[in-house]
Design a protein around this ligand. Sequence first.
Ligand code: THU
Length: 135
Amino acid sequence: MADNKKKLLLAAARKARGKAYAPYSNFRVGAAVLGGNGRIYSGCNVENASFGLTCCAERNAVFAMVADGEKRLREVLVIGGNAGFLPPCGACRQVLAEFAMPTARVHMCDAKGTCRSTTLGELLPFIFHLHQRGK
Ligand code: THU
């Protein structure tokens, strides 16, 4: 991906992180995904007093993309706190896999924007699929 696109993903994820609703964990997360249409969609974590209802930043970004009519996810960037780069949780990996190829790049960043990059297939081998893609 062009460096410029990664910068845009980082900026969008950072901005979303600023909107995180995380009063219980105080752990703010932002995510941005690049759709097949070239657009960037972002999300933040949204927590709930009933903790299990919390939704991660990555999933909220994916859902924003789908709500806009795009189902191809090219790339994702997630940004967390100061405790090092943030790998997506297992649930988010499965949700990403619904719309992204195993070759899709995943950038895992800390609050300073230092990122470690890998692929979805590396994070989630032997991906579970029920239906054909692209429907
Ligand atoms: N969180 C994310 O938003 N993404 C992840 O990949 C890991 C965890 C959020 C959920 C919760 O609001 C907080 O971080 C602490 O788990």
